[in-house]
Design a protein around this ligand. Structure first.
Ligand code: NIG
Ligand code: FE
Length: 397
């Protein structure tokens, strides 16, 4: 996935030398004899298979209690996602279920979901809080995210999403809840090292631009990078706010004004597209992909795995949806789950491409060309996934 003359940065007849948890060298078959000849190493012939960087899902809400199947039934009899939220369902119903569930039970459900994602080639995942909306449940969610990283072969980026919805205790007082986030919740959670970045939901059914700005200011004061659920259901000026704070990413972006693409480019903010939520909510307004392309905005693709708007675990299905629903090229889609996703998590120096000194995170596929990962409606799982030089699942031959 390195930029270069070949599409996808593809190396025909390539080799990778792994030492410990890092890539020591990578190149073409011609040079493997020169380099590997001098090395005392175990050699594995992967046949004519394709190796990609480990896939990165840079936007998920995979720790949660309960499910929203009854809401799905409601939506199919004509009630909209926004109407359900206004009636106290939606995110609120998952908040109740998450508050009421024991930590071990939540952990176990999340572990099973995450294992299925690893089986699809994921080596790094972002996990948001946001179904607690009080300090103890938000911490519980982020502790679970941390424990998932300890117990499964995957890296976890933890995001605090306290400003996801207004909790019932603060009904009618959104500004007081924002005070509570900025003065109490965020400092407490940051002091426990439970957070790598801070997110908010800037939307008519959630928090205003002004309220979001306050959360971003508090995060910046603590030295934490920000990201944003921006312009998903309406143009709330979310993308330009994200750019103003040099956010790591602005996500969703269906209603973003095309003119804001240049702000994202200047700020180095990654546009994260979430075709699963677009599909599941039956949206028709598409993100301004052409403007992102024209302005050289990095475009990432993620599942948005969550029980309400995108109950989808498959990054491989997201790849296909990004191509079909948002007209990304297969190369753009694959960059979206590798290079661009790594940038959206601030780890491109360490992951996202196969390069010397980067982590030996990769997936081996029964495929000969990269587009085979995007072209089916959900590609078959990889044969093997390697994380930090160790086999995470499957086998190398
Ligand atoms: O990314 N937009 C806000 N948050 C989630 C949905 C969460 C939910 O419905 O539970 C999203 O779409
Ligand atoms: Fe989301």
């Amino acid at each position: 996935m390195q930029a270069g003359a070949e599409p996808y940065g593809l190396i025909d007849h390539g080799f990778i030398v792994v030492a410990g948890e890092r890539i020591q060298d990578i190149g073409t078959a011609d040079s493997v004899h020169r380099i590997a000849g001098d090395l005392d190493c175990k050699r594995i012939d992967c046949g004519r298979r394709l190796i990609t960087p480990g896939l990165i899902d840079c936007h998920t809400h995979l720790v949660y209690g309960g499910n929203r199947a009854s809401e799905f039934e409601l939506r199919l009899t004509g009630t909209s996602y926004a109407d359900i939220a206004a009636a106290g369902g939606g995110i609120q119903s998952t908040v109740q279920a998450t508050r009421n569930e024991a930590e071990d039970v939540l952990f176990d459900a999340a572990r099973q979901r995450l294992q299925r994602m690893i089986n699809q080639g994921i080596t790094t995942v972002e996990i948001k809080s946001g179904y607690g909306l009080d300090t103890s449940t938000e911490s519980k969610m982020l502790r679970i995210a941390q424990r998932l990283e300890h117990e499964l072969p995957v890296s976890v980026h933890k995001t605090f999403l306290g400003a996801h919805a207004l909790p019932p205790e603060y009904s009618g007082q959104p500004d007081s809840y924002i005070d509570h986030i900025c003065q109490d919740m965020l400092p407490a959670i940051a002091s426990e090292s439970l957070v790598n970045s801070v997110d908010a939901f800037c939307e008519t059914i959630a928090f205003s631009n002004v309220q979001t700005r306050r959360v971003f200011t508090a995060a910046s004061d603590l030295g934490l990078p920000v990201r944003l659920h921006a312009d998903q259901l309406s143009d709330s000026g979310g993308a330009s706010l994200a750019a103003e704070f040099s956010a790591l990413s602005a996500d969703h972006l269906e209603y973003t004004n095309a003119a804001v693409a240049k702000n994202l480019a200047t700020a180095g903010t990654v546009a994260v597209l979430l075709p699963g939520a677009f599909y599941y909510l039956g949206e028709t307004t598409r993100p301004p992909v052409k403007a992102f392309r024209d302005c050289d905005v990095d475009i990432a693709v993620a599942t948005d795995m969550n029980p309400g708007s995108s109950p989808m675990e498959s990054i491989l299905l997201a790849l296909n949806m990004a191509c079909i629903l948002f007209a990304l090229t297969p190369e753009e889609a694959l960059r979206g789950v590798t290079v661009a996703a790594a940038r959206a998590l601030g780890v491109l120096h360490d992951r996202g491409t196969l390069e010397p000194a980067k982590r030996a995170d990769f997936a081996l596929w029964n495929a000969t060309e990269p587009a085979e990962l995007c072209y089916p409606i959900g590609a078959p799982q990889p044969v093997c996934v390697v994380n930090s030089g160790q086999i995470a699942t499957g086998g190398l031959v």
